[in-house]
Ligand binder design. Structure first.
Ligand code: ARG
Length: 460
């Protein structure tokens, strides 16, 4: 154990399985560049604090330049005793510079602040990339909704035909939900982007280190102001996973809609071959695997969130090794959410639609509410109009004809207040255009939504 960087007080080495059980290098080496940037910033601050001479600092910076090159080219040699990325980088630095200089780097510093720093730097940059992916997805929905504004489709409640709506209105219903994720993400990024560097193991730094200078060098927006919290906290990971889970929840419902709409029975949309797969047995099959995976992977994202909640909930203040278990779920969560966003964008931008099938799926019964609204415009209380319209539906059923095949005389037999102009109720386009209050499905109301979404996309 004396080879370990903490080996001073130990007389026995680690059990071989314990070595493997303990090490995080296989996955936290993904932070090699963040760890090096953090170390250089820390060394520069220790130079300013008089802990390092300028020669020593120059040697450290140069050494890290070489180590970065080794990682980049895949030549970095990992050693058995490298517990994590921090240990590996420091061990290599001492090999290059000798222990006299290399051994000074960690003055006043703890791996507890290092891992929190590395994770936050990595996550901040990843979340910015995801913000771009999410904006792409919303943009595709918005631009389709502009182009395809004339297309009508059945709107559903309880998966039963309810009222006609614009296809664009469906597109924007999901896009609107995703803009909450966009707004939330922008907030999450700003909380992730705070610096724990200079907090030590838990109690703070004793060498007058300039935390603001380090934060600035690393592009952090500000500091974490309590050192104990800075090293104990993984709320920034939990919050990211709440955010990611909320997006996955909604992309899963979006995918479910499209799975239904792409079935042969509906046939409203057709997935591009690039996002479908076939069956090894049934030659005719074209399956919506991309959409099913979007739905399926949401479960995995929620699991990561719930898992980390369980890991953290009973931990005593401050750092405990349990916190190492926040790294892998974070990495996978970001990959899952980021990939899902790109797949969803790909699916949506290559999807073909069948307006004829959507139109054919509209049924006159979906206009029953129009008859009630018609009577309301003649001064009939809505509840009474609803009842009368219900009798019209019933009459059509009794005669085994669709509602639009009833004659004006038959309608007048139900209620004398139906005039010749009642036939206007049977016009789908008119029914849609009447819903022109803000948020509705008329062209003008849909265009208003497009303006709102574009505003949120531009607010940055
Ligand atoms: N690999 C550790 C982690 O991911 C780094 C911090 C280790 N700190 C400690 N006191 N053992 O959490």
């Amino acid at each position: 154990a004396e080879n370990m960087l903490w080996g001073g007080r130990f007389t026995q080495g680690l059990d071989p399985l314990m070595v493997k059980y303990n090490t995080s290098l296989p996955y936290d080496k993904i932070f090699w560049s963040q760890d090096i940037r953090g170390s250089i910033a820390f060394a520069r601050a220790n130079l300013a604090a008089g802990i390092l001479t300028s020669d020593e600092f120059a040697a450290i910076e140069k050494g890290f330049g070489q180590i970065a090159e080794e990682w980049r080219s895949g030549k970095f040699e990992e050693k058995e005793n490298d517990e994590d990325i921090h240990t590996a980088n420091e061990r290599r630095l001492s090999e290059l510079l000798g222990k006299d200089v290399g051994g000074k780097l960690h003055t006043g510093r703890s791996r507890n602040e290092q891992i929190a720093t590395d994770m936050r730097l990595w996550l901040r940059d990843e979340l910015r990339t995801l913000e771009g992916y999410l904006m792409d997805l919303i943009k595709v929905a918005v631009s389709r909704s502009e182009k395809e504004i004339d297309v009508l489709m059945p709107g559903y409640t309880h998966l039963q035909k309810a009222q006609p709506v614009r296809w664009s209105h469906w597109l924007l219903s999901h896009a609107t939900a995703f803009t909450s994720d966009l707004e939330r993400l922008r907030e999450v990024i700003s909380r992730v982007n705070r610096s724990p560097l200079g907090c030590g193991a838990l109690a703070g730094n004793p060498f007058k280190i300039d935390r603001d200078a380090m934060a600035k060098e690393l592009g952090f927006e500000g500091l974490l102001y309590n050192s104990m919290n800075a090293v104990a906290d993984r709320e920034f990971v939990l919050e990211t996973m709440q955010w990611g889970s909320s997006f996955m929840l909604k992309i899963s419902r979006w995918a479910e809609d499209l799975i239904i709409y792409s079935s042969l029975e509906f046939g409203f949309v057709r997935l591009a071959d690039t996002y479908s797969t076939g069956s090894s047995l049934m030659p005719q099959k074209k399956n919506a695997d991309s959409l099913e995976l979007l739905r399926g992977k949401s479960g995995r994202a929620f699991g990561q969130m719930a898992g980390l909640y369980c890991t953290i909930k009973g931990l005593p203040t401050t750092y405990n090794k349990d916190l190492q278990e926040s790294v892998e779920p974070m990495l996978d969560h970001i990959k899952t959410v980021g990939d899902s966003m790109q797949i969803a964008t790909g699916v949506l931008s290559t999807l073909s639609i069948h307006p004829d099938k959507m139109l054919a799926a509209l049924a006159p019964e979906m206009l029953a509410t129009e008859f009630a609204d018609y009577l309301v415009r003649k001064g009939v209380p809505f509840r009474e109009g609803h009842h009368i319209s219900g009798r019209v539906v019933q009459l059509a059923e009794e005669n085994s004809v669709p509602m639009d095949k009833l004659t004006v005389e038959q309608l007048q037999g139900v209620d004398a207040r139906f005039d010749e102009d009642v036939v206007t109720c049977l016009d789908y386009e008119r029914a849609v255009e009447l819903k022109d209050a803000t948020g509705g499905t008329s062209k003008s109301a849909v265009r208003e939504q497009i303006v709102v979404l574009k505003g949120i996309l531009a607010a940055k």
